[in-house]
Design a protein around this ligand. Structure first.
Ligand SMILES: Nc1nc2c(ncn2[C@@H]2O[C@H](COP(=O)(O)OP(=O)(O)OP(=O)(O)O)[C@@H](O)[C@H]2O)c(=O)[nH]1
Length: 199
């Protein structure tokens, strides 16, 4: 969930998608500005945090990078439950990863937080010559399902900061519960009314 205090927002964000789609690489690029040609497959999940300044506020992302291997699927709800945002990642050179990404969207629509900000990322956009999924097809799917769509490349850094920034911009700003502390008001008229009603 997104929580707020003094214009500082904490937001839990989860990355979901097929193995090898580039989830860890996107996070590594965003958090550390690095890219590894041979990024190891994630086991279970990995946690990162990164803070972004958006207008007059800061958003601290608490990022769960989940493992895409099928055997870890059952762990995913632990990471998306209560998340304020999700990035569903596929690899533009793999139709299987696109199909898998759509399954994640369905699962989040059924079981995730209904106000979750969802981004759909077509990663490995630098591999244009191996493309199997067109941007038009993905954009249409995203529009129909209320997600926002970007093609990214963790390798070249294209659109990586942008996708996190756009999520930060779209997060609902929850209002603090009691901004000025609790105010007790003595309203005797109300009290007599309710006594009359229910005795
Ligand atoms: N060319 C290119 N390769 C990428 C890109 N992003 C990731 N890769 C490569 O794709 C492979 C898989 O990347 P990961 O970041 O481990 O993918 P993942 O989705 O985290 O995979 P799991 O941890 O198994 O779920 C690695 O060899 C990366 O170097 C990209 O934008 N362009």
């Amino acid at each position: 969930m997104a929580t707020i205090g003094n214009n500082n927002l904490n937001a839990k964000l989860v990355l979901l998608g097929d193995m090898g789609a580039g989830k860890s690489s996107l996070v590594l690029r965003f958090v550390k500005g690095q890219f590894l040609e041979f990024q190891e497959s994630t086991i279970g999940a990995a946690f990162f945090s990164q803070t972004l300044a958006v207008n007059d506020a800061t958003v601290k992302f608490e990022i769960w990078d989940t493992a895409g291997q099928e055997r870890y699927h059952s762990l995913a709800p632990m990471y998306y439950r209560g998340a304020a945002a999700a990035i569903i990642v596929y690899d533009i050179t793999s139709t299987e990863s696109f199909t898998r990404a759509k399954k994640w969207v369905q699962e989040l629509q059924k079981q995730g937080n209904p106000n979750m900000v969802m981004a759909f990322a077509g990663n490995k956009a630098d591999l244009e010559e191996k493309r199997k999924v067109t941007a038009e097809e993905a954009r249409l799917y995203a529009e129909e399902n209320g997600l926002f769509f970007m093609e990214t490349s963790a390798k070249t850094a294209s659109n990586v900061n942008d996708i996190f920034y756009e999520i930060a911009r779209r997060l609902p700003r929850a209002q603090p519960q009691n901004p000025a502390g609790m105010v007790l008001v003595d309203r005797p008229a109300d009290r007599s009314q309710s006594a009359a009603c229910c005795s």
